[in-house]
Write a protein that binds this ligand. Sequence first.
Ligand code: MN
Length: 719
Amino acid sequence: MKLDDLVLDFKPESELEPDWRTPNAFFIEEAEQFVRWMRSSYLQTLPGVGEKLAEEIVDELGEDCLERIDENPEVLRAVAARSGVPAPTIENLIENWRALREERPAFATDVAIAQRLLKFDFTWDEDFDRFQNKINEGRVDETFRIYRRWYLGLPSLVPSPERTVPGMTDAGKMLSEAIEAGEKIAVFCDYDVDGTTAGEVFRRSVEPYGADLHYGYADPHTGFGLTEAFVREAHAQGAKVLVTLDCGSTQGDKVALAQKLGMKVIVVDHHHAAENPADHHLNPKLYEPASSENTGAQLAWKLGAAVQAAREPEGKTRPEHWQENMQLAGMGCLADMGSVVLPENRAFFWHPHRHPVPGVRALAAELGEDPETPGAMIATQACLNLPKRTAKVSAADVGKLLAARDEKEAEPMVRKLLGHYEEAKPVREKMAKQALEQVGEAVWNDDGTVDRPDPDRYFAVARLDEYPDYAGYSGPVASKVSRAASKPGLVFAYKGRDEHGQDVYKFSTRNDSPIKLRLGDLIDDEEMRKLCTVKVANEDGSVSEAAVVGGHAEIVSGACTRENVDKVVERMEEWAAEQEKKVRKQGGFFWPKAYSGPDAFLTERKVDPDRLPAIEEQARRLGPFTKRRMLAAPRRRGRDDRLSSNRELEISVVGELRDLAPDPENEKWLAGKLELENGMTREIRYPADEKAPEGKAEWILKVGNPGPYYLRKFAKLAS
Ligand SMILES: [Mn+2]
């Protein structure tokens, strides 16, 4: 296959919307070319099937070979007869086929899925370059082997602990020796889901060796990270080693104190890295570029793997480390907005997805969510994240739930979390409603342009004064604001007056819009740090000042005093304007290579309507396989809805609206039909406050929802 065979038609979205930047978007019209490779690649993942046999199967059974085998595996016998492949090999395959299908619920055979695969691997510019180079060199096979591994989330995608962060192996050895010597190990975890799952993953990793552990958790209401109180407590308990998980990098002074008290310290963190005297400072962000995108829970999993490698006779990890532990780490990663498309993360989400820990299983069951699909556990994660949102739940409560040996043991904690979740939900809703009223909504016009509220400003800003117990919800509210206004959201929530007499606001900024700003860069912005400096109490009663601002690539949270709220907004606007200038100078619509924000956007254009039923069926069968942005959209409870939120796929079709009438169930919508060019119809809804176009138009469908379709006109068409 040559490059000419693949029509890779790049169209920067800036063409669609000249005033706002988006990441590189592209359209692939000829994904059919890939389908054969996908089929063959899929077959090669099955035990006993090599490249040659896979080719024979495709040759013999044709394009729909997987579907045919699925219907009746006996058809494989024809391959044996024809190709001279030993009959026992085929008999084995026939016998195992159904079990293998159970393990791998989705086939990578549909054009639409092929497109998604391509799309996901192109999230980063350098990946795209790599792909294109390989095609140019005629190395399509190799490229697709990479895709296959990626798609299935095979364990081989996971880099070793040492490759993840240099020094991890030695840290594992040190812990192994401490366990051998029966020394007490103190473990301090962050309070969010990434932190609490990190703690539990680590515990499960070293538990088989009888490690003597003492746990502590951060408290968001007194500050972020390792505390002097815990260091002293660990010392009093006789701990000889201190491990900090998902925190610690910026708490060098507490680390030094622990060392002074005779402890060896291992810091495992993926937040902003600073000077730190730890014996092992394991933070990928110490390197430029970062040595890994792992979150705290994944790093804890790697450290656990390093301990196991040091302990096990053959230097290998324990098999269960790749099941429950890995699934739990994947959950932490998802909660921290880890990429759902990064190859390694695919392994964390997909490969072990059948093995959730009992506490998570019990909680998900109560919430009506599917514990086998990490990305589907939206309410479950929200519950586990309560310590971050409200002072009424502590991270230690969550730690206890995650550590439960069976569902019965988990029950009291499940009850407790659910109780507080129910209490918090209406407050969260009210906060969101109030914020949305302040911000307003973006309007998508018929000609493809977007009218954003307050168009001269980069951020949609809301300020909430009445929810001091729930200021931790500023983040999720900022996401909603961002989606509604179609630009980055910034939400301030009043936390109350502290012991120093300061009126403190927590703020969060989130970006679920097509406008790309590397919000994470704000963390290092000097002016921002100055504005977010507040008085904090030290353990000895003295008062000092600290900058409270942190986060990741597209997520920033912080705190400031009442006087500085407006100044923070102003600074962020200024900063965004500078960013835009920089990007334009670098020549275009995409971010420079280091960008690690949300995924590229791709719609398969003008799909042949005859293919729609097959695409719908494929979308229904897809696994956890979508953009985080979509995962974050909460839906009504109920199995169908729940799955659909995880299985969206965008295509466009040409059709005409028919029979539009007010939707009796919701005044915001008109209900009717979309008639496609082949006469097929689909139930649709259309916003009641927009004028519906007459005649044929190109529409974007999100396939995989139980329906009806909510229509969005394809922006390009109008021109
Ligand atoms: Mn984290």
